[in-house]
Design a binder for this molecule. Structure first.
Ligand code: PEP
Ligand code: MG
Length: 593
């Protein structure tokens, strides 16, 4: 129930965050739910006229989509939208849709709207029965095409015309409407329906329109013209925010804009220190749709694909070999020759998938339990691990790729995982399936046992990537998601720096390439310390790249090495932080490229 405007208080809801950024604006509600179509029977002599009416509505819909495409074609960056609208045009003429509708008109003697609804329900039913999220989402596309066609059969005007700065609120939005959002300069998008892989979400991300989807009934809560805040990074939607909340979010917006300005100024500058040492800055991503933004932020490669997200977007289904192949192939193709490092799935602890909940492992201490590569090597996870490896290896034929295992405890576990890879490779060879036989296989160093045995591990793998998020957790014995002990979660703790220093030495001695892909790499105060420890490849959230690059361009590697020598002598994180910030604060601006 919607209350009267005066008594409405600030209300917060959380959905699926699909496009980062903060939008503040007035709600623009788009017609919710499906168009209700009239239903009536025809006389036999009315059939031809009814088919002609359907044909006219198809032609009108076609022209509308053409118009949208022309507008998109003028905007060179809108290629994805263009292709989606083209796909809708093809559906409009698809024989399964048109012929089936005509057959219903002829055989059942029913009007075109009714016949169309029946034909669409048949097609959508087939898509929805497919155990693959991507294909199930396509049922939505068929429905969007049908809604447009129905609107034209009923002679309705197209009236999607949100004012600038509006936040569009809808049950769901057709990709064609979503594609017009950025031209209308809207501030955000919130929907009841949708998931991360819906086209609408992809378009919102591509145009950096803050968006939260999957809010279930948000259209029942919001009224036209309500003031809204959309935080597309956390998935928060605030309805009728208080004045204090608006001030807080305007400040966040301002800081984001300031970061954006840094981005624009250094995106094309080399990631290089003053003394000319190149530092490779890579992006951490969850799925291929994030690559465009990663490249825009200046990423030179992808240092971590958290492939487990494929298991987490849909509680019902487990991704099969094809799903892994499609995802990995999309990554390598979009990276167009730059290296992408795909991590095998790292599930368990806080990252749960449907099949894990179903297995009800009932662990006392999941962070120390059957997670990550341990799960992959267990009876429960092994078939899924093999399917993923087959998919990844097949995708490696399409561009440079590296595979890495998370949570490796030591050499025995690395060998066990390598044996599975070897067996999958043999299987593919026997089947004559192409893959990159020299694909580098590496490991994450994210527990102290691996760090302490880094010299031994280096002999049996091609590269290390230090996962500091977990390395801090396991070194400091502090749950990374428990705010009661978060004061101990300190990246500059001497123990951690010593461990990282020893891993860096082992990598150097064995000529194994080394990077850091935990959040430490994206912290502009901590990243220079990592460089001083000898790590010249850092992988982080794409949005952190410009700031880290700007910071590193002010430093010199020889100064950072001297800084690290000093801080390794200090006994507390506080003293180390002071020493580092004093050095960073004393850096002078750089005027040369
Ligand atoms: C890490 O542990 O540092 C890491 C990058 O992996 P995740 O955050 O996915 O555990
Ligand atoms: Mg980790």
């Amino acid at each position: 129930m919607k209350g009267s405007r005066d008594d409405r208080e600030e209300l917060r809801r959380t959905g699926v965050a699909v496009a980062a950024g903060i939008g503040i604006g007035r709600a623009y509600l788009v017609g919710t739910g499906a168009i209700s179509a009239p239903r009536h029977h025809l006389e036999a002599d009315e059939v031809d006229a009814e088919i002609a009416r359907l044909t006219r509505a198809i032609a009108v819909s076609d022209r509308q989509l053409d118009k949208i495409k022309h507008q998109l074609a003028e905007e060179s960056e809108s290629e994805t939208d263009f292709h989606i609208v083209t796909a809708h045009q093809l559906m409009l003429h698809d024989e399964h849709l048109v012929d089936a509708t005509i057959r219903y008109i002829q055989n059942d003697l029913i009007n075109a709207e009714w016949a169309l609804r029946k034909a669409v329900d048949d097609i959508a039913g087939v898509f929805e029965a497919i155990e693959d999220e991507y294909f199930r989402e396509r049922a939505t596309d068929v429905n969007h095409v049908a809604e447009r066609l129905l609107g034209n059969l009923l002679g309705r005007e197209e009236d999607f015309d949100p004012p600038p700065d509006a936040i569009v609120v809808a049950h769901d939005l057709s990709p064609a409407d979503a594609a017009t959002l950025h031209r209308a300069a809207v501030s955000g998008l919130v929907t009841n329906a949708g998931g991360r892989t819906s086209h609408t979400a992809i378009i919102a991300r591509a145009h950096e329109i803050p968006a939260v989807v999957g809010l279930e009934d948000i259209t029942d809560v919001i009224e036209s013209d309500d003031l809204l805040i959309v935080d597309g990074s956390t998935g928060t939607v605030i309805v009728n925010p208080s004045a204090a909340t608006v001030v807080e979010y305007r400040e966040r917006q301002r800081r984001a804009a300031a970061r954006g300005a840094v981005l624009m100024s250094n995106r094309d500058l080399p990631a290089e220190t003053r003394d000319g040492i190149a530092i490779r800055l890579h992006a951490n991503i969850d799925m291929p749709e994030e690559i465009a933004s990663a490249l825009e932020h200046g990423a030179q490669g992808v240092g971590l694909v958290r492939s487990e997200y494929l298991f987490m977007t849909d509680a019902e289904t487990v991704p099969d070999e094809e799903a892994h192949y499609r995802m990995a192939r999309a990554v390598v193709e979009q990276m167009a020759g730059r290296t992408a490092t795909l991590r095998t799935f790292d599930l368990g602890a806080d990252k749960l998938a449907g099949f894990l909940s179903a297995a009800s492992l009932d662990e006392q201490n999941p962070a120390l339990g059957l997670r990550s590569v341990r799960l992959c090597l267990s009876q429960l996870g092994l078939p899924l691990f093999r399917a993923q490896l087959r998919g990844l290896l097949r995708a490696s034929a399409h561009g440079p790729m590296r595979i890495m295992f998370p949570m490796i405890s030591g050499v025995a576990e690395l060998r066990a995982a390598n044996e599975v890879v070897e067996s999958v490779r043999n299987e593919l060879r026997a089947e004559g399936v192409a893959f990159d036989a020299s694909l580098p296989i590496g490991i994450m160093i994210e527990m102290p046992s691996a760090a302490l045995c880094a010299d031994q591990l280096a002999v049996e793998c091609a590269f290390f990537s230090i996962g500091t998020n977990d390395l801090i957790q396991y070194t400091m014995a502090v749950d990374r998601v428990n705010e009661l002990v978060s004061y101990l979660y300190e990246p500059l703790h001497p123990a951690l720096l010593r461990l990282i220093a020893s891993v860096a030495k082992a990598a150097r001695d064995s000529n194994v390439s080394l990077s850091v892909c935990g959040e430490m790499a994206g912290d502009p105060i901590v990243a220079p310390v990592l460089v001083g420890l000898g790590i010249h490849e850092l992988s982080m959230s794409a949005v952190s790249i410009p700031e880290v690059k700007a910071q590193l361009r002010l430093t010199s590697v020889h100064e950072l090495e001297a800084l690290v020598e000093r801080v390794l002598q200090l006994p507390t994180a506080t003293e180390i932080r002071t020493e580092v910030t004093t050095y960073l604060d004393g850096l002078s601006p750089r005027t040369t490229r």
